[in-house]
Design a protein around this ligand. Sequence first.
Ligand SMILES: *[C@@H]1O[C@H](CO)[C@@H](O)[C@H](O)[C@H]1NC(C)=O
Ligand SMILES: *[C@@H]1O[C@H](CO)[C@@H](O)[C@H](O)[C@H]1NC(C)=O
Ligand SMILES: *[C@@H]1O[C@H](CO)[C@@H](O)[C@H](O)[C@H]1NC(C)=O
Ligand SMILES: *[C@@H]1O[C@H](CO)[C@@H](O)[C@H](O)[C@H]1NC(C)=O
Length: 321
Amino acid sequence: MLYIFVSGVLCTDWLVAYQPKEICAVRGSSVVISCTFHYPDKLDNKNLTVEKVMWSQGRKQFFDGPFITESNNRTHTGTKFEYVGNKVHNCSLQIHQVEQRDSGEYAFRFETNNGSWTGKNATNVNLFISMTTPKVHEPIKEGDCVNLTCMYNCSSAVMWFKNRTPLQEESSTLYLRDISFQDSGNYSCSPKHYNRPLSEVVRVNVEYGPRNTSVSVWPSSEVLEGSDVTLTCSSNANPTLNYTWFKIDGDSCLEMAYQAELQFNVTLTGNSGKYFCVVSNKHGRQNSTILSLKVKALTFLITSLLRKNVFTMTVICGCLT
Ligand SMILES: *[C@@H]1O[C@H](CO)[C@@H](O)[C@H](O)[C@H]1NC(C)=O
Ligand SMILES: *[C@@H]1O[C@H](CO)[C@@H](O)[C@H](O)[C@H]1NC(C)=O
Ligand SMILES: *[C@@H]1O[C@H](CO)[C@@H](O)[C@H](O)[C@H]1NC(C)=O
Ligand SMILES: *[C@@H]1O[C@H](CO)[C@@H](O)[C@H](O)[C@H]1NC(C)=O
């Protein structure tokens, strides 16, 4: 709309217009500064033609160079700064592989056979830098607070991501307060509307003591003597855990093993009883639920099976008589 106004009313004036005023560029990307320029058709009864077009970076060099692109009749391709305009009204500039030192103001200048003009209100290319965290005390524990900060020189809002999923926060600092284990993840940021993570990733690893500690048994808590049994101790914790198995023996506890799984072949006399595990890491310890294991005698089974058969036969016999 600005262009229509410019070309419709002021086409007899000298003018350079940039769009947008500020570019938020991401490192490694390619950006285009859209630019249009205008000049009188005639000056002092002389038809004007554009002889030279050039771009400069940095305020000091706007008028006298050195210029980053300067052409008489052809564009510079294959270079970092590529003039993608022409010598009529389009003066757009493309910057490839944006890096930190490309930040700053850019201005277009053109020279005709009778006078030259430099666009004054230059476009600012700002670099979207990266994310930093102030040094956090390692390890991050539950209840801690951590501020993640997105560093950039753009005026746009930022967008935050956790494990590549957008978060609600739009300010440049993401304040994680009263951290819980669910806040663990890979955080990154980007300019708003860019919609994908761009900064480097900051890993938040929240440590916590064991929770949800329980014991499970395979194949069952009632087994026949001679069977193989596996007891498994499971728990949620970060970092990983130490396990200790106990068997309750009267008033005392017998320490049995130091790994997550306990496997044995049960005997009638030795293995019935109550088991539990204790899980610990540097942030705490937790006792599991208690598991009662019952070992049944094979003879007991045979006897009961026989009793059943006897009973059945009795019934059958009763029918026959
Ligand atoms: C994090 O930022 C908040 C405000 O945004 C501030 O109150 C708090 O002190 C900061 N915490 C740390 C650990 O820097
Ligand atoms: C961000 O802008 C400020 C002032 O405009 C400047 O001093 C600083 O060097 C810029 N930072 C980067 C990383 O470009
Ligand atoms: C403990 O178990 C509950 C229920 O399954 C679950 O919601 C919670 O995330 C678990 N806690 C941890 C620390 O994993
Ligand atoms: C956890 O188990 C230990 C045995 O190692 C015992 O001394 C302690 O009392 C138990 N704690 C709870 C809360 O049951």
